[in-house]
Structures are given as structure tokens and as C-alpha cells.
Write a protein that binds this ligand. Structure first.
Ligand code: BEZ
Ligand code: FE
Length: 346
């Protein structure tokens, strides 16, 4: 290992390094082995060995070492060419440059690679019978109005057919979770979120609702329709290169929190929607698909809080669902089983 004096020797190190060394002496090591792709000792071994000797944070080293192993294996398996590597670098550079306050191309890419859904599965595993989760997406805002259960959350001028949504939020014992907090947000009948309009005078098609003492809640809105994820940037090109499309099935997003329970981020989909099987972000799951009913009875619309004149096309869509949330303890038990299974595989 080079000595501190050697490190500061102007004949051995340059000015920039000497300036740095005034504060910090890097841990140096002699180069003992030559690595070669055709030999026993490869660049992968060399990187991992260096990390093992210099590690300052075991978790960081563990994560990066796994990344290095998989990345190197990927290059070997695909026999990646320089030109393909350059395409990837240009693509990632574009993803950085074309990300904006509302659309982060790296998150979109993570979604379209199935990574976001995988992270949710790993970090919020659901015990049997609990509602499955999926990613939040980019359209949750902090300014949704808090309204009582039973309210209308769409502005009277909002495009779309009328919809009545009702749900229960229960635990795995079948007990209603009183006071659970629900954040709901959805697109309108044109498949557009309020934040996607150039002018947004007020939040629309979104609300915070506190569940009733029996864990139920409901609201009136318009029926959301299918829409494309932002696809005019590199992620759109990525999807096209794979023969995939950018359209998400029609859906409503929910974020449900309650003390002592695992937070649920999920979405529900009507069975009539196109694109359920080809979701670009892999967030459609069979148990989240709902059969909607069509209510064509003006008397019943009135009971649900609609005025006859505001209902279009002679129907109100009726959508209901029973959410089931696991306790934090139940999730911890499932994670334990995950870890035990993983340790057995190693
Ligand atoms: C959404 O559902 O709103 C969404 C999810 C992931 C990426 C883009 C949009
Ligand atoms: Fe969405």
C-alpha cells in the first residue's frame, strides 16, 4: 500500500490529488493480479475483491456487488457490442435530459421494466385474502380536498358518464377499519388527469375521504377511461422498440392508510376496459378487476345523490369493492417467510 508521504509526493501525484489529500488519504492497494476475460480471474472478480477490501458500508457494498455481478453477466450473455452500449448511454442521457417536474423518465422506465411493481411486491407483500397493491403513478397531488364520504369529487363540467363508487375497508378478520384514510384520484371521461390540463383552476377527480365507523366509504364522480402514460420521451421509444403500447386500462387509484395497518397503494380496473392484459406498467392484477353495473333507473340515481338532468347516456355506472388491509404484524410475518425461503435458496 502506498504510504501517506508517497501520496503527497509531487513527483508521484498531481496537484489536484495533493489538494484532496490535505483532507483525506485514500485507502490504496497494490495491484497484485492481472485480470482477463480468458483467464481464471476476471474483471468481475477484481471489482468484487476491491469492494470487499475497501467496503465502508456493508449494505451499499452488497447492493453494488450484486449490480456488478448481474451487469457483467448481462454483458457476457448478450455479448454486448460497443455500439449497443453507446445506444444505451444515449438513451439514459436522454432520460435525464427529458425528465421534468411532472414526468421522471427514469421512474417511467422502472415502471415499464416491471421493476416498480416488483419493489411493491417485495416491500408490501400481501397475506392471503388481502387487496393487492400496484404503483402510485405520477398523478397523485398534495392538494386533494378532504370531503365526507358520499360526496361528489368531479366538477359538474367534467367530461364523462356518471359513476357511483362504494367500498368497504376491512381487516383480515372481516372487521371494518373505522377512520381509515382514503386518497382517491382518477382520470376523467377523456382519460385525462386534472394536472395534465394547461390550466388547472382547482383539483378535480381527486379527494381525501375518511371511512365511516364501519369502514365503508363512497363517492360520486365520472367514469374514468383508458389513457396513455407519457410516451413522447425515451420511455415511449423504448415501448415502441419492443412492440408494446403506452395505453393503460381505465382505472381509479387509491392510497389507504390506517394506524397499525400496512399502507395500501393500489388501483381498480373495470372489466370492460381495453388494455387490461397489456398494461405498459404491469399494474393490472386479476383480483383488482371489477364487474361494473349500469343503473338505468332515475329513482335509484336520486337515491345515490345524482340529479336526473346531470346523468348522461341514460345510465350511472355502479362500482363497488371490498378492500382488505393486513396489519403491520401480518406483513412482517410474510416478509419473514420470504427471507427464510431466500436463505434456503442461497
Ligand atoms: C398512472 O396510472 O397514472 C401511471 C402509472 C405509471 C406510469 C404512468 C402513469
Ligand atoms: Fe393512473
Amino acid at each position: 500500500m502506498a504510504s501517506a508521504a508517497q501520496m503527497k509526493d509531487p513527483l508521484l501525484v498531481g496537484k489536484a490529488i495533493r489538494a484532496q489529500l490535505e483532507n483525506e488519504i485514500p485507502r490504496d492497494l497494490p495491484l497484485e493480479k492481472d485480470f482477463s476475460e480468458l483467464g481464471e480471474y476476471t474483471i468481475t472478480d477484481h471489482v468484487l475483491e476491491l469492494h470487499e477490501k475497501l467496503s465502508v458500508n456493508p449494505r451499499t457494498t452488497f447492493i453494488i456487488d450484486n449490480l456488478v455481478k448481474h451487469l457483467h453477466a448481462f454483458a457476457r450473455e448478450t455479448m454486448l457490442t460497443h455500439s449497443e452500449w453507446e445506444t444505451a448511454i444515449k438513451f439514459l442521457t436522454r432520460a435525464g435530459k427529458e425528465s421534468s417536474q411532472h414526468v421522471n423518465e427514469f421512474i417511467l422506465l422502472s415502471d415499464c421494466l416491471g421493476l416498480s411493481v416488483l419493489l411493491d411486491e417485495l416491500n408490501h407483500p400481501k397475506p392471503a385474502g388481502c387487496t393487492l397493491g400496484c404503483e402510485e403513478g405520477p398523478f397523485l397531488t398534495v392538494d386533494a380536498p378532504e370531503v365526507p364520504s358520499g360526496s361528489t369529487i368531479s366538477h359538474p363540467d367534467t367530461t364523462g358518464e356518471k359513476m357511483h363508487f362504494s367500498a368497504t375497508i376491512k381487516n383480515t378478520k372481516g372487521e371494518g377499519i373505522a377512520g381509515a384514510k382514503v386518497e382517491v384520484w382518477q382520470a376523467n371521461g377523456d382519460g385525462v388527469y386534472d394536472v395534465q390540463y394547461a390550466v388547472r383552476e382547482h383539483p378535480d377527480d381527486r379527494a381525501r375521504i375518511v371511512a365511516e365507523p364501519d369502514g365503508s366509504f363512497s363517492y360520486r364522480a365520472v367514469l374514468p377511461t383508458a389513457y396513455p402514460i407519457p410516451s413522447d420521451g425515451p420511455t415511449g421509444d423504448f415501448l415502441a422498440a419492443l412492440g408494446r403500447h403506452a395505453h393503460r386500462a381505465s382505472h381509479i387509484h387509491f392510497l389507504i392508510t390506517a394506524p397499525g395497518y400496512d399502507t395500501l397503494t393500489s388501483a381498480l380496473y373495470p372489466s370492460h376496459s381495453p388494455f387490461l392484459g397489456t398494461d405498459p406498467v404491469f399494474a393490472t392484477k386479476k383480483s383488482l378487476i371489477c364487474e361494473l353495473k349500469q343503473d338505468k333507473d332515475p329513482k335509484s340515481w336520486k337515491e345515490k345523490g345524482f340529479k336526473e338532468g346531470e346523468v348522461v347516456n341514460g345510465r350511472v355506472w355502479v362500482w363497488s369493492y371490498n378492500f382488505v388491509l393486513p396489519t403491520l404484524q401480518e406483513v412482517a410475518e410474510v416478509k419473514k417467510i420470504f427471507n427464510e425461503r431466500k436463505e434456503k435458496q442461497i
